[in-house]
Design a protein around this ligand. Structure first.
Ligand SMILES: NC(=O)c1ccc[n+]([C@@H]2O[C@H](COP(=O)([O-])OP(=O)(O)OC[C@H]3O[C@@H](n4cnc5c(N)ncnc54)[C@H](O)[C@@H]3O)[C@@H](O)[C@H]2O)c1
Length: 336
């Protein structure tokens, strides 16, 4: 039986990956290492507590002794733990370099010492930076622009260097903007949906014409699994859907589904250094047999409805978490 250490498994994508994979692969057992930072939440994994093939370890990927212990009896690592919110990285970058860059180094070194069979790093399309037209392929050079994407790029390239230098089996996925249930409500879709449901303003950056690719969380997880099973060591794989939308159009669709007025949109000062367009070509991954299973229109509507049906979950964060209030007030004030 394969035993995999998944880091950041209490987060949005990591929790979906664990639930999805355990359900679909009876030969898999998972160790979830998560620090439970402000956005880590074990309620995303409710029901798994006593699962015979699941174990949770509360801890920091920056702690070498703990990481070595967590790797005991594991054959492979899938590393998702990260500080993930670009806006926060503009306000306070240190934790991004600690967790995203140094934490990845700690995991790589421990994996090497423990002769771990395979290491997959979940990177992001943001490592390429912005481009006005066309699509980045894995052969293009990286031009990250925010502290978040710079800290992810350092880790992404370190993982690939490890494969070259130490001949370890290491892989990277570079996924695009992901949506689905249980995303922390500071990210644009759950933030805008929950604000609209409460008849609060939707703070739209600048002219709202920034373009993003939107990937459903299960398609993202299936892409990670495809690369894990079939990817070539030392290689990166772009992971994106066929849906590109401006932030303005995304906002309009949220309001339409919820039957709320466009007057809820409040234009705010653009994010400093805001990348205009992310666009990646995922032919290389598609050649491994991966393809998106979910159409944007229906998966997006279901996602919006999920937030409508789970007010208790996001209200507990938005109304009761002191961290959310502190951050949101600071970020929002600086944007208006
Ligand atoms: N969400 C997206 O749109 C997207 C797109 C592409 C790539 N990614 C990447 O996918 C991964 C997961 O993203 P997400 O949206 O699920 O993130 P998230 O913010 O929802 O979850 C991150 C998780 O990491 C944990 N964590 C943070 N610091 C840690 C540390 N030092 N030690 C152990 N655990 C720690 C948190 O507690 C949390 O559970 C990240 O690496 C992110 O860069 C995300």
């Amino acid at each position: 039986m394969a035993r995999i250490l998944i880091t950041g498994g209490a987060g949005f994508i990591g929790s979906y990956l664990i639930k999805f994979w355990l359900k679909n692969d009876p030969g898999l057992s998972v160790v979830n290492l998560d620090k439970l930072t402000y956005c880590g939440d074990l309620s995303r994994l409710a029901g798994l507590e006593s699962h015979p093939r699941y174990e949770f370890i509360h801890g920091d990927v920056c702690n070498p002794a703990l990481v070595e212990k967590a790797l005991a009896r594991c054959d492979a690592v899938i590393h998702l733990a990260a500080e993930t919110h670009v806006d926060r990285s503009l306000l306070e970058a240190k934790t991004f370099f600690d967790t995203n860059s140094y934490g990845t180094y700690v995991l790589l070194e421990a994996a090497r010492r423990k002769h771990i069979r395979k290491f997959l790093y979940v990177s992001t399309d943001e490592v390429y930076g912005s481009r006005p037209t066309g699509f980045f392929t894995e052969k293009d050079s990286l031009h990250p622009t925010s502290p978040y994407s710079v800290s992810k790029t350092a880790a992404d390239l370190m993982v690939l260097a490890h494969a070259r230098v130490h001949r370890t089996h290491a892989l990277v996925t570079r996924g695009s903007n992901t949506y689905g249930p249980y995303q922390y409500p500071e990210k644009v879709i759950p933030l805008f949906v929950s604000n609209a449901l409460s008849d609060r303003k939707l703070p739209l950056y600048g002219d709202g014409l920034q373009i993003r690719n939107w990937l459903y969380v299960e398609d993202h997880c299936r892409g990670i699994i495809a690369v894990f099973n079939k990817g070539k060591s030392g290689e990166a794989y772009n992971l994106s859907s066929s849906t590109y939308l401006t932030n303005r159009e995304l906002t309009r669709r949220i309001l339409k589904i919820l039957n709320k007025p466009l007057s809820l949109v409040q234009k705010v000062k653009d994010r400093a250094g805001h990348d205009r367009r992310y666009a990646i070509d995922s032919k290389k991954l598609r050649s491994l047999g991966w393809g998106e299973k979910f159409s944007f229109d229906s998966a997006f509507e279901e996602t919006v409805e999920w937030y409508r049906g789970h007010e208790n979950w996001w209200k507990a964060i938005k109304e009761k978490s002191p961290d959310f209030k502190r951050y949101y007030q600071k970020a929002y004030r600086e944007r208006v």
